[in-house]
Design a protein around this ligand. Structure first.
Ligand code: UN1
Length: 492
């Protein structure tokens, strides 16, 4: 079995703990590799390396920093098939999505490399004569990056690439379910020519690696994507330490289907949003709110289409839905389904149980739909993060929007309608960070900001132009060339 190492100060090294853990292929429970089960001392070493590398990296001109990111995009392109296949093996999403995960990172590296020659500040007039005013971006320092397992290449890219282009150095603690993807990701940046210490990788658990990283006084910023519970821990720990945070937490995303919608298109959007990536996206469609006039018809269409979905090995091209990432997640999903049946008493339309396709021994869950779900039910409120869809009925658009907004999260939403007034009303009234019209809740593009309202986050946005604000300070400069002391606010 191959053993993989941490990457600290430009070297692949063993953990000081001398302990390891394994990563499993969720399709067949075969071992993918052995990884360092790191501890606080490893974090300490990695933070020190990142701190030591900061000055020189910060002083490297941004276009030169960006050259390395562009090179990384090229290397990722060359390795797309290999790394995309690994994403499918280690995380479990079907191959076309595994390749999409890598493509999202390529797109983003290319996009953000352009920032090396932009990183725009602003110039603005001064209220006084002979005085010049402007801003520019400065780095924050060492950033602790803690991405999730569901986009094991794309989300590390979303976080690490802007941190680097802004001149920060990084300690990367990957998700324990996808450590080999993280090793490959770091290899790409190493090959692209990143100087030692600028990016460090420390594998291991949340408690043994994540917590010491979050608490470390020399780590000035934490960027995390994951559960609301962990997000709250990070927010409160970092608040006490006056540390910056970028948080992307849960979602409970809804698609509204109006009676004037193109139902065939809405059906495809719902199926893709709910069962693509086996529902394991923050942006996954977990509620579909259907106008009462077409409810029964749409329910039948959904049932027929869901029955036809093929569950199995994500590397098999004929498969639509792959496995759940691990046993714990599988049990969590099943727990919610039991709760939906027993406590919420929702009507189980299809699925609702684990499944072992012939020849595999993995963590599979059948695409599941509950019908007649109401907004008071637990399954309509909590994030399940699996292939479970709640079908809900609305009287009209206002009712649908109210149901859509009735939850604590605010990540993504969608409306299918052919009525322009309904579309604009939804855009205005739905309280989420992303709203799609006539498209599913998933499928964001890298050059637009990504993030949510309410408990989905803390107001930061990833990707697009907004990610620069997450990973830099905006410094304001006043230059007075009047030759005398001039006072603002009219004081003479
Ligand atoms: C996530 O699930 O955390 O919009 C991110 C999408 C992807 C990103 C999802 N581009 O579904």
């Amino acid at each position: 079995m191959t053993e993989y190492f941490n990457y600290i100060n430009g070297k692949w090294v063993k953990s000081l703990s001398k302990k390891t853990f394994v990563s499993l292929n969720p399709t067949n429970k075969k071992i993918i590799g052995k990884f360092q089960r790191s501890n606080k001392q490893d974090v300490e070493k990695a933070v020190r390396a990142a701190k030591d590398a900061f000055d020189s990296w910060k002083n490297t001109p941004a276009p030169r920093r960006a050259d390395i990111l562009l090179k990384a995009a090229q290397i990722l392109k060359e390795r797309k098939k290999e790394i995309g296949t690994l994403v499918s093996r280690e995380m479990g999403k079907v191959l076309k999505e595994g390749l999409g995960d890598v493509q999202e990172a390529i797109d983003f590296f290319e996009y953000i490399a352009g920032e090396g020659r932009r990183l725009f500040g602003r110039t603005t007039p001064s209220e006084l004569p002979d005085k010049f005013a402007m801003t520019f971006h400065i780095p924050i320092g060492v950033c602790g990056i803690i991405p999730p397992w569901n986009f094991p290449i794309a989300i590390p890219a979303w976080k690490i690439a802007p941190a680097l282009v802004c001149g920060n150095t990084v300690v990367f603690k990957p998700a324990s379910d996808t450590p080999l993807c993280a090793v490959r990701f770091v290899e790409v940046l190493e090959k692209a020519g990143l100087p030692k210490g600028v990016l460090n990788l420390v594998t291991g658990s949340g408690t043994e690696v994540g917590v010491p990283l979050v608490e470390h006084p020399d780590v000035k910023m934490i960027s995390f994507t994951g559960s609301l519970k962990t997000g709250k821990f990070i927010a409160s720990t970092c608040a006490a330490l006056m540390k910056r945070t970028g948080l992307e937490l849960g979602g409970k995303n809804a698609i509204i289907v109006m009676d004037d919608a193109n139902l065939d298109s809405a059906l495809e959007g719902v199926i893709w949003g709910a069962f693509g990536t086996a529902g394991q996206r923050c942006t996954a469609t977990s509620r579909v709110i259907v106008h009462e006039k077409i409810y029964s018809k749409f329910e039948k269409m959904l049932l027929k289409r869901t029955k036809a979905l093929r569950l199995g090995d994500p590397l098999d091209k004929s498969i639509d839905v792959g496995p759940i990432v691990n046993e714990k997640q599988l049990e969590r999903i099943n727990g919610y389904v039991i709760l939906g049946k027993m406590k919420d008493k929702a009507k189980l339309l299809i699925g609702g149980c684990k499944y072992t396709p012939r020849a595999y021994d993995g963590f599979f869950y059948k695409p599941t739909i509950f019908s007649n779900v109401t907004k008071e039910m637990t399954i309509a409120k909590e994030e399940i993060f699996g292939p479970v869809l709640c079908l809900m009925k609305a009287k009209d658009l206002d009712d649908a929007i109210e149901i859509c907004n009735s939850i604590e999260y605010g990540l993504s939403s969608a409306i299918y309608t052919t009525n322009i007034t309904s579309a604009f009303k939804a855009i205005e009234k739905i309280n989420t960070g992303l709203t799609y019209v006539n498209s599913s809740t998933i499928g964001s593009e890298v050059h637009l900001p990504f993030g949510g309202t309410k408990h989905t986050g803390n107001g930061t946005r990833e990707a697009g132009w907004s990610c620069l604000n997450e990973f830099s300070e905006e410094k304001t400069i006043y230059i007075d060339y009047s030759g005398k002391l001039q006072k603002a606010q009219g004081i003479d």
